[in-house]
Design a protein around this ligand. Structure first.
Ligand code: HMG
Ligand code: MG
Length: 302
C-alpha cells in the first residue's frame, strides 16, 4: 500500500547548501538573480543564505547583502540558517522572516560542523528558539547524518528519532532529515522515516537527500510512498557541506519536479523556468549542471 501525497512543497536550497560548497564565492548580484529566478519559477520556499561564521563559510559572508537585494514575492518564504545567538541577531537585523537551525545525529560531525557537541549545539538552538519566539519567527530544524556519518559510519536510528523529537518539542515547525553524505538506500530511508514518524508526525517531517551515490531519487520515491510531502532540493544538483568529508550535490530540483509531475503530484512549479535557473547559475560557475534535465538543455546551448 502506498500513501503518495497529492502535492509536495519543494524547499529550494541551492543558494545556501549549493553555494556554501563551491570553491569560488560568487558576487551577491548573481546570488540575488538566482533567488529571484527561483521565485519566478513558482517555488514557495527558497533558502537564501546562512548567518554562520564567515570564517567557517566565506562563500556566504554576504548573507545580509543578499537578503537586502532579493525581490521578495508575496507568499514565498525565504529562510536563512542561524547556528547561534550571533547568527540569529544578524538574521533578524537583515529582516529574515524565517530561520533554520541545524543539529546532527553524530557527535563527531557535530563537532566538525559547529565546533560543539550535540548537547552544546542544542543549547545554542534553545537561545535561537527563544529569540525566534519573542519575535514571532518560525523555525525549521535540520538534523544531519540521519543515515550515516562520514566519521562514525552507521547511526543509531533511535537517536535520530529522539533528536528529531527534541527539535520539534523545542518549537521547530518542521524537521528536515538530512542524508548529509548520500549513503542511504531506499529501504534504509523508509526504515529511518518510519522510526522518526513514530515520534514526530509525518506532516512535520521533510527529507533532504544528497546524491553522492546516485540514490537520492530512489530514496525520495521510497519516502513518498510513506506520505512525506516536503522535500529539499537544489537546482543543477548543487550542494554539499564543507565539513562533511565526501558530501556532494543535493538531489537536483529539476529532476525531482520531473519525477513528481510524472507521478501526478502537484508542486506549483514551472519546470522550464526552474531548469533555466539551474542553467543560469551553472553559467556563472562555468560548468555543466548536475541535473539530467539541465544537461539536456546545456548541450543544446553549447
Ligand atoms: P566558533 O568558532 O566555535 O564560534 O564557531 P565562537 O562562538 O567561539 O566565536 C568565534 C568567533 O566567531 C567570534 O569572533 C564570534 O563573534 C564569531 P571573534 O570574537 O573571534 O572576532 N561568530 C560569528 N560571526 C558571525 N556569525 C555568527 C558567528 N558565530 C560566532 N553566527 C559556529 C561556531 C557555529 C559559528 C561555526 O562553527 C559555524 O559557523 N559553523 C557553520 C558551519 C556550516 O555552515 N555548515 C554548513 C551548514 S549545515 C549543512 O550543510 C547540513 C544541512 O544541509 C543538512 C544536511 O545536509 O545534513 C543543513
Ligand atoms: Mg545539506
Amino acid at each position: 500500500m502506498n500513501n503518495f501525497p497529492e502535492s509536495v512543497r519543494v524547499v529550494e536550497v541551492s543558494a545556501r547548501d549549493g553555494l556554501q560548497n563551491e570553491k569560488q564565492a560568487l558576487p551577491a548580484t548573481i546570488k540575488i538573480e538566482l533567488i529571484d529566478r527561483l521565485g519566478e519559477s513558482g517555488l514557495s520556499t527558497i533558502e537564501v543564505s546562512s548567518f554562520v561564521s564567515p570564517r567557517w563559510v566565506p562563500q556566504l559572508a554576504d548573507a545580509a547583502e543578499v537578503m537586502a537585494g532579493i525581490r521578495k514575492k508575496p507568499g514565498v518564504r525565504y529562510p536563512v540558517l542561524a547556528p547561534n545567538e550571533k547568527g540569529m541577531r544578524r538574521a533578524m537585523a537583515a529582516g529574515a522572516g524565517e530561520v533554520a537551525v541545524f543539529a546532527a545525529a553524530s557527535e563527531t560531525f557535530s563537532q566538525k560542523n559547529t565546533n560543539a557537541s550535540i548537547a552544546e549545539s542544542l543549547q545554542r538552538i534553545e537561545t535561537v528558539m527563544s529569540l525566534a519566539k519573542e519575535n514571532n519567527l518560525p523555525v525549521r530544524g535540520y538534523l544531519s547524518c540521519v543515515l550515516g556519518c562520514p566519521y562514525e559510519g552507521d547511526i543509531d536510528l533511535s537517536a535520530v528519532a529522539e533528536l528529531a523529537d527534541r527539535l520539534a518539542r523545542m518549537g521547530c515547525y518542521e524537521i528536515s532529515l538530512g542524508d548529509t553524505i548520500g549513503v542511504g538506500t531506499p529501504l534504509a530511508a523508509q526504515n529511518m522515516l518510519t522510526t522518526v514518524a513514530e515520534k514526530v508526525p509525518m506532516k512535520n517531517l521533510a527529507i533532504h537527500f544528497h546524491d553522492t551515490r546516485g540514490q537520492a531519487l530512489a530514496n525520495i520515491f521510497a519516502c513518498l510512498e510513506l506520505g512525506v510531502s516536503v522535500i529539499d532540493a537544489s537546482v543543477a544538483g548543487l550542494g554539499g557541506c564543507p565539513y562533511a568529508k565526501g558530501a556532494s550535490g543535493n538531489v537536483a530540483s529539476e529532476d525531482l519536479v520531473y519525477l513528481l509531475h510524472g507521478m501526478g503530484i502537484e508542486t506549483g512549479i514551472d519546470l522550464d523556468a526552474l531548469t533555466d535557473a539551474g542553467l543560469f547559475i551553472c553559467q556563472h560557475l562555468d560548468r555543466m549542471p548536475g541535473s539530467r534535465l539541465g544537461q539536456i538543455k546545456w548541450r543544446l546551448q553549447h
